[in-house]
Write a protein that binds this ligand. Structure first.
Ligand code: SF4
Length: 478
């Protein structure tokens, strides 16, 4: 792929949109030429693809935004990327309901405009006119920004969240791109991993105290943390309770994603150590798809384990679904959503199918769901969730997401996950422990990252380095 830009260069943004239309190995030459005269930005585009030339010549009215010092750059970037997308659409039909908004956090963009003094109508106008975002997506971004605002306003600057990554799963799902290993391969490391993780928890607790901070939210994810044996889960949760939990804790989440890893004993351990939010993730309620994607449980098992979790006293349960799973029709997706709604969890998170390079699916030749069907699934979700009293409260987009769409968490009143909002909006430090975990230190509007090793074997072998790196946190709060 060759990109030549005259008049104005925005290679980084262009690459995001080029990747939506063309595969990396395709032979394509793209040329853009931008001129700005008075109030008009004129962009000429030429794309040479498969020996054929496609032209586009577009004029955009300069969007005045007196509050924003980067406005000229924003106008230029939006104009050039819009002109490219319009021309590329002559070759391939790609869903552009988010227009040329390239970032992964649309609600953060909205929040920044509101903080600059714009009212909601003005922000909507900017999204529609400058970014070409659809009316539905603009409204969704505003809804999310409004809902998360209530949580963001109450964050104390001395508080942190803690993330603990458990990189084990019973089997590997076909679409998985998370930090996780199949226990057939790495189960032998579990005992040692947990005993070192407890040391990391103790070290983190010391550092948090030395920095004068306190823990507001704990999130144990992965992988599937409930893959751990009852003994290891108890050791881990008791250590979290002893070292990290104080009376200031707001949320303690345990991902119990795969129903085949949950039993009454594990749920009772979780409840007794203070876990107040769990996530049981069906992804789909269609048994045929569950089998196809490599999950070794049925939809009945999901219903059974959900009832068990309620019986064990959990009052805040999230359930994840994926829109656009292989060979799922819109009707099949709607069935999954309605079956999950019958269970009535406090929150439902809907992910759009995302395939990263590592996932086996990318190489399996399975066709992705068409973008118009993805849109139907997501529009139906928003309608159903609002009707059932669940508001969209956090949202993010990813590269390689099917149909260029979004992931959204919907929650009943007072059941929004603080941790999910914080990780998306990057307004609170998140200290991360365990496999594949990434600490994000948010200080003075800057974000510093400290990485843990992904693989359990590497985590064990180089544990001393992990402990040394934890000390780095001190220099930001000294
Ligand atoms: S349960 Fe999640 S982390 Fe585990 S293999 Fe499946 S997608 Fe990956």
């Amino acid at each position: 792929m060759d990109l030549i830009q005259r008049g104005y260069s925005c290679k980084y943004d262009m690459e995001i949109f080029i990747n939506l239309f063309f595969e990396k190995d395709e032979d394509v030459i793209i040329m853009t030429d931008m001129k700005h005269e008075d109030d008009i930005i004129n962009v000429y585009v030429e794309i040479i693809f498969n020996g054929k030339v496609y032209f586009g010549d577009y004029k955009y009215k300069f969007f005045h935004d007196i509050n924003n010092k980067n406005n000229v750059k924003k106008n230029y970037t939006c104009s050039v990327t819009k002109a490219f997308c319009e021309t590329a659409k002559k070759i391939r039909n790609v869903n552009l309901s988010w227009g040329v908004m390239s970032g992964i956090r649309p609600a953060k963009v909205v929040r920044q405009y509101i903080e600059e003094g714009y009212n909601e109508e003005e922000v909507k106008n900017i999204l529609l006119k400058l970014y070409n975002t659809s009316k539905e997506k603009s409204e969704l971004a505003l809804l999310v920004a409004n809902n998360e605002k209530k949580v963001l306003e109450n964050i104390n600057k001395n508080s942190v969240s803690v993330y603990i990554g458990i990189p084990f799963c019973p089997t590997r799902c076909l679409y998985c791109s998370f930090v996780s290993t199949d226990i057939k391969r790495s189960g032998k490391y579990m005992d040692e991993f947990v005993s070192l993780l407890i040391k990391e928890i103790e070290k983190t607790s010391e550092i948090i105290k030395k920095c004068g901070l306190y823990v507001e939210n704990v999130y144990i994810g992965g992988g599937t943390p409930t893959t751990l044996s009852e003994k290891n889960l108890k050791l881990l949760l008791e250590s979290v309770e002893k070292n990290l939990i104080t009376d200031k804790i707001k949320e303690f989440t345990l991902e119990a994603g795969r129903p085949d890893t949950i039993n009454e004993e594990k749920l009772t351990i979780a409840k007794s150590t203070g876990v107040n939010r769990i996530s049981i993730n069906p992804q789909t309620m269609n048994d045929i798809t569950l089998k196809r994607i490599g999950r070794c449980h049925t939809s009945d098992m999901i219903r059974e384990k959900y009832d068990l979790a309620k019986k064990c006293g959990f009052k805040n349960i999230n359930m994840d679904l994926i829109a656009g799973l292989p060979d799922e029709t819109v009707e099949m997706y709607k069935y999954s959503l309605s079956e999950v709604e019958k269970l009535d969890p406090e929150s439902i998170t809907v992910h759009s199918m995302c395939i990263k390079k590592a996932a086996a699916l990318r190489f399996s030749g399975i066709e992705l769901t068409k973008s118009e069907n993805m849109n139907k699934m997501l529009d139906h979700t928003l309608y159903e969730m609002i009707k059932s009293g669940r508001d969209p409260y956090y949202m993010y987009r990813q590269k390689n997401i099917s149909g260029n769409l979004e992931n959204v968490g919907y929650a009943k009143k007072d059941c929004m996950s603080f941790y999910n909002i914080n990780i998306m909006e990057e307004v609170q430090t998140i200290i991360a422990l365990g496999g594949g975990a990434v600490t994000k230190i948010v200080k003075d509007d800057k974000i510093e990252r400290i990485f843990n090793f992904k693989d359990p074997y590497e985590y064990i072998k180089r544990f001393d380095e992990i402990i040394e790196k934890k000390e780095e946190i001190l220099k930001y709060y000294g």
